[in-house]
Ligand binder design. Structure first.
Ligand code: NDP
Length: 333
């Protein structure tokens, strides 16, 4: 399929152009608001065409799908335009600035009959899929709690709008908490009901939070504890899932690479859990292409993107108000 890139972004450069091409896709055109940036990106990646005008990309009947990786406030308008033009859409997280906007995007795609997916890469990893398999096969019994450790150090080349622009959707909550919300939902199959949270700007964030800790309650009564940050250089990352019959410890797995260690501890002792080490973004593309071909669904669909955003925004509201918040899924649950 022929693709248009909407946004000349770092994630497209570092991961998605390769993942799309690895899946046999034709990355034909890149659109950027800045002509020089579009031209340089096209030249750097051997992309045939470059545009500043999105309309020029989506009016091309040969373009079957777009990958949207602009700054967060642009996703909504760009996705609606692409959907209206009949393109399948793989959209970066967070889907939008509000749950209502995200729901509008997903509803538009459904009405138009195009595939719409959210690029939540972590659920594409072999490690997370192995953890989920342990849970669904009953190896740890009933899930009691999940702990998500995702406090990292934001690399210098990403310290732009993320740390100083609320208007562009900056802050660690829209950046990383959305991923953790998706992880918790993916592993447990549950939509968090309510959250409490605290957030701070601890030196990197200017006008946005750079660190947050929160606790979520699931419908089953299980609890999730999540920690996201831009400022922790040495913390490492990971997740734990604790159940009535065992615990899962996954270290170094909240990452873009297929790395880390997964272990299961039960009454029988501790065992190392093998997992597949495929490219996370390549898996997202493969699942998207299957959905376009009418086989199955994307790894994370539009509903998943609405839900992860809803949880993240509830976390921010809880931290702002100091009051426990019910998660508002905008009527989509
Ligand atoms: P970038 O900051 O690299 O790019 C986002 C947009 O900002 C670009 O499309 C470009 O806009 C503009 N831009 C970037 N650099 C410059 C510059 N030097 N000068 C002027 N404009 C610039 O963003 P990321 O790649 O980090 O993130 C893009 C999206 O992808 C976000 O929504 C983010 O949340 C998501 N993301 C997802 C990840 C995942 O694993 N799923 C990982 C990382 C990001 P334009 O093209 O219009 O000129």
């Amino acid at each position: 399929m022929r693709w248009g890139l909407v946004g000349a972004s770092t994630i497209a450069a570092e991961h998605m152009v390769g993942a799309l091409r690895g899946g046999g896709q034709d990355v034909h055109v890149v659109q950027s608001a800045t002509a020089a940036r579009a031209s340089r990106f096209a030249s750097d990646f051997g992309i045939t065409a470059h545009e500043t005008d999105l309309a020029a990309v989506i009016s091309d009947a040969d373009i079957g799908a777009v990958y949207i990786s602009s700054t967060n406030e642009k996703h909504h308008g760009q996705a609606l335009a692409a959907i209206a033009a009949g393109k399948h859409v793989l959209c970066e997280k967070p889907l939008a600035m509000t749950v209502a906007e995200a729901a509008e995007m997903v509803a538009a795609a459904s009405a138009q009959g195009v595939v719409f997916a959210t690029n939540h890469h972590l659920r594409c990893s072999g490690s997370h899929r192995a953890v989920r398999d342990l849970i669904t096969s009953g190896r740890i019994g009933r899930v009691l709690s999940v702990r998500l450790f995702h406090a990292v150090h934001l690399p210098g080349h990403l310290q732009g709008w993320r740390i100083d622009s609320p208007e562009a959707g900056g802050g660690v909550i829209p950046d990383i908490t959305v991923h953790d919300a998706d992880v918790a939902r993916f592993l447990t199959g549950e939509d968090p009901v309510s959250v409490v949270a605290e957030m701070v700007s601890s030196g990197m964030g200017k006008g946005v939070e750079d660190s947050v800790m929160s606790v979520w309650t699931l419908p089953s009564g299980a609890m999730v504890m999540a920690h996201e940050s831009f400022t922790h250089a040495f913390a490492g990352s990971g997740l734990e899932v604790h159940g009535t019959e065992g615990s899962i410890f996954a270290q170094g797995v909240m990452t873009q690479q297929p790395v880390g260690d997964v272990a299961l501890v039960t009454a029988s002792g501790r065992e190392s859990v093998p997992f597949a080490t495929h490219n996370l973004y390549g898996q997202a593309v493969a699942d998207f292409l299957s959905a376009v071909a009418g086989r199955g669904r994307p790894a994370a669909d539009g509903r998943d993107g609405i839900a992860s955003l809803a949880v993240a925004l509830a976390v921010r509201r809880a931290a702002q108000t100091g009051v426990r918040q019910m998660v508002d899924y905008g009527g989509t649950v």
